[in-house]
Design a protein around this ligand. Structure first.
Ligand SMILES: Nc1ncnc2c1ncn2[C@@H]1O[C@H](COP(=O)(O)OP(=O)(O)OP(=O)(O)O)[C@@H](O)[C@H]1O
Length: 588
């Protein structure tokens, strides 16, 4: 019952709805007492052979009237109680979703996507079950069970009531015990089904890799094995179901048998009339569901409570990135200015002993471009992650126009930044919607303009439905270069103060890259641009280039200054120039 207390905030909020719903539900239970009583009266009159057509008609009318009243009452209680359950589901779902939106990177490193999905589906539905089925079974088991029992005692006989109802508590036991097992088996079958889904999804997404490495047969075999396991687990659900139903039927049958034997004895001894026995038999029908309901009730409440605790635990996790110290008075204008990056030491939270950045310092004025180069794993993306405030715990300070970015409301900061990540992400919708994602109010002409600047417009015109072409899941129907350029167009449409390209041109050829960079230079004359790359031609025109190694800046300067330094940059430049020349002569 503790779950009702935990959900107290919700029931308080929806008090009116539940008072109306429960009142109508209780009235339904009372109305259900009428047909058996009418049946009994009819039987008595028939037994006496004294029933007139008028009386007969009246009794039938009473049954029909009760049926109509029941119909109306059911409509209203269902509307109120199921409506309440849907409200609760909506509220928890949206709480979870906005929580997911607020959480930082470490949260997603701690929780697997599949687990978060399970919380957002299975747990939410178990909680909403409390506000729907839970309330229904509680009221039905109490009101319907008690009122039917009282009707049995008042209208029929208390001895028959006690003896006949003796087996019924076993129904509650059956529903609880076997129901637990059934649910357990059902949970396992759900988990197996979800594993099968994950496997299918992964195999379909990675089908190209699977086939290229000749793993098709092995994967099919492992899939078949998984299907067999899933079927085996599913069979347990059927087994418990098969045991659950017949046991219930036996218990109900026993109650009827006792009623007929003992009831007939009472009728023979003239303690009861035939009509009373008929009413009693019909009342037993009314008692079956409340007994099941008691068993179900515990089940629903236990599951709901466990799910509620899991969801609460998740919701109580705090993001490391908060706006606790944020200065909410800052406007976009206040954030226009120098970007001052001065990190003395940064380590990822899960590996605090390893410094990933050490003494990285740079100052960028509006209109300047910064190039970040260096070997794989040297810290380029980490610098970008700190700029995007994905992590706040570091020794040092990053400021925008003199304001520490940790004191800028996160949304205001992110509004100043357009980011094209290494692993760009496209939504499975049209090209146009993918581009306008960063600015939903953008006109078509603006979308075309940024597509032209990203050297994408001509590619799009050749597609079957032009800008309305659907890109498939994560842009599966596009080339890597097209995907990258859509991400760049999306970033350009946002027209923010700071543009960050993280290895964002790796899949386009040198000529396309140079065209895009030259239109970026024109477009962003008064804005800041940061380009992290392995291809040095991308940063040739940058105002400052940082060469990173093991999280430290080992060289810094313009392209010409770095060439003159004759260090890693000069060496890498010569190698890449040579590779390009070899590539060109091979193409001739
Ligand atoms: N979430 C993380 N947790 C712990 N260590 C991380 C995490 N992300 C990156 N690292 C480590 O930090 C170091 C710097 O990685 P980073 O991604 O910044 O390099 P990079 O220069 O961008 O590399 P690349 O050129 O391959 O993109 C690497 O040693 C990497 O293994």
């Amino acid at each position: 019952m503790g779950i009702f207390k935990k959900l107290g905030w919700f029931f308080k909020k929806e008090k009116k709805r539940y008072i109306i719903g429960i009142t109508f539900l209780a009235l339904t239970s009372f109305a259900n007492l009428v047909p058996p009583r009418v049946l009994g009266l009819m039987a008595d009159q028939l037994d006496k052979g004294k029933i007139s057509w008028g009386q007969y008609g009246m009794l039938i009318l009473a049954v029909i009237a009760t049926a109509i009243v029941l119909y109306i009452l059911r409509y209203f209680w269902r509307k109120q109680i199921w409506g309440g359950a849907a409200q609760l589901e909506r509220q928890i779902r949206s709480k979870l979703y906005s929580h997911f939106m607020d959480m930082d990177r470490t949260f997603y490193q701690r929780h697997r996507t599949g687990d978060l999905m399970a919380h957002a589906t299975n747990d939410v539905s178990a909680i909403q079950n409390v506000a729907g089925d839970g309330v229904l079974t509680l009221v039905d088991s109490l009101v319907m069970g008690l009122s039917t029992m009282i009707a049995m005692i008042v209208f029929v006989d208390f001895r028959l009531t006690i003896i006949a109802l003796l087996p019924l508590p076993f129904l509650a036991w059956d529903a609880k015990k076997l129901g637990d097992r059934l649910h357990d088996a059902f949970d396992k079958s759900q988990a197996a089904f979800s594993r099968l889904n994950n496997k299918t999804q992964e195999s379909v997404s990675g089908i190209k890799v699977l086939k290229t490495f000749g793993q098709g047969k092995e994967d099919t075999a492992s899939f078949d094995k998984m299907v067999d396991q899933t079927i085996k687990i599913n069979k347990r659900v059927f087994v418990w179901n098969c045991l659950f139903d017949p046991l219930g039927t036996i218990i109900i049958g026993l109650t009827y048998t006792i009623t007929i034997i003992y009831g007939s004895l009472l009728v023979t001894n003239k303690v009861l009339s035939v009509g009373q026995l008929v009413s009693f038999v019909a009342y037993i029908g009314n008692m079956v569901w409340p007994m099941f309901a008691i068993g179900y009730l515990f089940n629903i409440l236990e599951r709901g409570s466990a799910s509620y605790d899991r969801v609460e635990k998740l919701l109580n996790e705090k993001s490391l990135i908060t706006d606790k110290h944020a200065d909410n008075s800052l406007t976009a204008k206040d954030l226009r200015g120098n970007l001052d990056f001065d990190i003395k030491r940064f380590a990822y939270p899960d590996e605090k002993s390893v410094a990933v950045l050490k003494n990285v310092k740079f100052l960028l004025k509006p209109g300047q471009t910064l190039g970040l180069v260096g070997r794989v794993g040297s810290g380029k993306t980490t610098i970008i992650q700190l700029l995007l405030r994905e992590f706040d715990q570091y020794d040092g300070e990053i400021s925008l126009n003199g304001h520490d970015i940790r004191n800028i409301p996160l949304n205001s900061l992110l509004r100043q930044i357009s980011y094209v990540p290494q692993n760009n992400y496209l939504f499975s919708t049209s090209i146009q919607k993918n581009i306008s994602f960063s600015n939903a109010d953008a006109e078509n002409s603006q979308i075309i303009e940024v597509a032209k600047k990203s050297d994408l417009h001509n590619d799009i015109l050749q597609m079957p439905r032009s800008y309305n072409t659907l890109v498939g899941e994560n842009g599966v129907s596009l080339s890597g270069g097209q995907r990258q350029r859509i991400s760049i167009a999306r970033a350009l449409l946002k027209q923010s103060q700071i543009l960050i390209l993280d290895d964002a041109l790796s899949a386009v050829d040198a000529k396309t890259e140079s065209e895009i960079l030259s239109s970026l230079r024109k477009e962003r004359q008064d804005k800041t641009t940061i380009i992290a790359t392995h291809r040095l031609t991308s940063v040739k025109n940058a105002d400052m280039i940082l060469v990173l190694k093991n999280g430290q800046v080992i060289e810094r300067g313009t392209h010409n200054e770095l060439l003159a330094e004759n260090g890693w940059y000069a060496d890498m430049w010569q190698r890449q120039e040579l590779e390009d020349k070899v590539g060109e002569s091979n193409n001739e």
